[in-house]
Each structure stands twice: as C-alpha cells, then as structure tokens.
Design a protein around this ligand. Structure first.
Ligand code: NAP
Length: 266
C-alpha cells in the first residue's frame, strides 16, 4: 500500500491528539505537518507527548497547504475553522477528512460544489465511531416500524455545537424512511421554552452537556405497550480512530463529497 501523507489540524485538541498518534503509528500513513493556531513550537516533537515524532507546525492554512506535500487533511477543530480549512485544502489539491462537527446544510452544498469542481474526494463524518454508525443504521431500520421517536444525545460540557452532528444525522436518516409525523399531543405547549428540545421533521432531539461524558446517544422508539431503545456510548476518543483510519484510506479512491461514515463502511 502506498504511503498516505497526512496533515492534522487541531493537534492539541482531544480528538486531534488521538489522530496524530494514529497517523504516526500506522505504517502506511505519514504525518506531513500539523496545523495549529498557536506557534509555541516549530516541530511537533517539542509538544508534550509527541517527542518521538517529527513534523513541522504551521499556523497559517494557506502557507501549510502550499508548502507541504500532502494527500489528506484530517480536520478536528471548530466549525468555522474546519470549513475554512476544508475549502482551502480542496483548492490546494488535498483531500479533506473532516471530523469537526457543526457544518450547516449550506456548508455541505458549498463543499459538494467544490469537490465537483476539483474532482477530489471529501469525507465529512459527524461520528467516526463504527458503533455509532451502526446505532444510526439500526435506528433507521427501526423507524419503519416505530415512527414515534425521541433522540437524546449526551456529550461533555466543552462541546460547542448542539444538537450534535450525530443526532442531526440520525434524524436525517430516519426522515428518509419515516412518513412526516408530528409527535406528541396536537395541543402540546411548552411552558418553559426548549422543554421539548429541537424539532427535526417532527422528531425531538434533546442535548445533555455534562462533565464526565464523552459522546453518547440513545434513540427511543415508543409504541403501544412497548419501547425500543438503541444506544451507543463512546467512552474515550480512541473509539473514533478506526473510523478516521478507514476514512483516510478510502478518500484516496473518492472523487465526490461523502457525508457520513456509513457510506464508506462495507
Ligand atoms: P478540542 O479539544 O476543543 O480541540 C479543538 C482543537 O482545535 C483545539 O486544540 C483548538 O485550539 C484547535 N483549533 C481551533 N481553531 C484552530 C485553528 N484556527 N487552527 C488550528 N487549530 C485550531 O475539541 P475536540 O473534542 O478535539 O473536538 C474537535 C472537533 O471534533 C469538534 O468539532 C467535535 O465536535 C468533533 N468531534 C468529532 C467526532 C467524530 O467522530 N467525528 C468525535 C468527537 C469530536 P485551542 O486549544 O487553541 O482552542
């Protein structure tokens, strides 16, 4: 297998640190550079925990993408920065694997156009955990039989976007198979705004943010006399790395935008 040269954006972050380790430890990947927003160090080897590595650090995306010979960008930053990096990477002939969540429908449309213009693949995966992808698929299957659904997503309290990308993606997948339905009583009224959570095509999404949590979601299906709950828990960031690895390998064969890891899992 040919070596895939990778730039990681957000290397000091919780996800970015794991991604840097993954790239370093995988024989057919090479860490070409990291893209940080602080230039406290010129090489990643000066960063705590990465002493055995060797890759330049950039703070300017344009400078990084034009001077480093790389195949793939793995972005794990914030929505606004992630969008900026993704567009810039595509323009420089680098394929983006984006784990950053919080992209809007408009962002996805823009990136779809850019992948068509450049002929380069781009993977946007709101959740890299293979178990979470199965949770979404199983939920889509169940929704055909149980159309009354509430989604509860639970994350650590430093998460910037709500609801989570995974919850929105789950609701989108369910909407494809479920007939439009307004849930709850037709005269339902919130006495405190937000009590019923976000509404996606009549489905409600509730976001819990607490220290101690990593990434968890349960999809609840209610029917007369029975309840089905499909739940997935990520207990650490390493749980996402098999998905990152699959995305980096797969993107080399893609020339379109792919939204969701389920589209590249056999
Ligand atoms: P985090 O710990 O806050 O890390 C984000 C990192 O991005 C920080 O180190 C931050 O730097 C850095 N950053 C911000 N702006 C930047 C810029 N302009 N250039 C370079 N780096 C920049 O967050 P996290 O938990 O790792 O999550 C990162 C993203 O991944 C979030 O969008 C999160 O929702 C998403 N996520 C995705 C998955 C998945 O499976 N797809 C799983 C978990 C999380 P500072 O420290 O200076 O702010």
């Amino acid at each position: 297998m040919e070596t895939i040269k990778v730039i990681v954006a957000g290397p000091r972050g919780r996800m970015g640190r794991e991604a840097v380790k993954l790239i370093h430890e995988t024989a057919h990947f090479e860490l070409a550079a990291v893209l940080d927003r602080k230039q406290d160090y010129s090489n990643i080897k000066h960063m705590e925990g990465f002493q055995d590595m060797d890759a330049p650090v950039y703070t300017d995306a344009e400078a990084c993408f034009s001077s480093v010979k790389a195949d793939v960008l793995v972005d794990l930053t914030t929505p606004e920065t992630g969008m900026f990096h993704t567009e810039a990477a595509l323009r420089h002939g680098i394929r983006p694997v984006v784990g950053t969540t919080g992209f809007s429908g408009e962002d996805l449309e823009k990136l779809d156009g850019l992948t068509k213009d450049t002929g380069l693949g781009c993977i946007i995966a709101p959740n890299f955990a293979t178990g979470a992808v199965l949770m979404m698929k199983f939920s889509q299957m169940a929704a055909k039989y149980f159309p009354d659904i509430e989604i509860i997503e639970m994350h650590h309290d430093q998460k910037l976007d709500a609801p989570s990308g995974t919850a929105v993606k789950t609701a989108d997948l369910i909407s494809k198979v479920r007939e439009a339905k307004t849930q709850g009583h037709q005269n339902e009224k919130e006495t405190i705004q937000g009590a019923r959570g976000a509404d996606v095509d009549g489905m409600h999404i509730h976001s819990v943010r607490l220290p101690g949590l990593v990434a968890h979601q349960q999809v609840m299906f209610g029917a007369d006399g029975q309840m089905l709950t499909i739940r997935h828990d990520s207990f650490n960031r390493a749980s996402f790395m098999s998905g990152v690895r699959l995305a980096v390998e797969t993107i080399m064969k893609l020339d379109v935008l792919v939204y969701g890891l389920e589209n590249i899992m056999e």
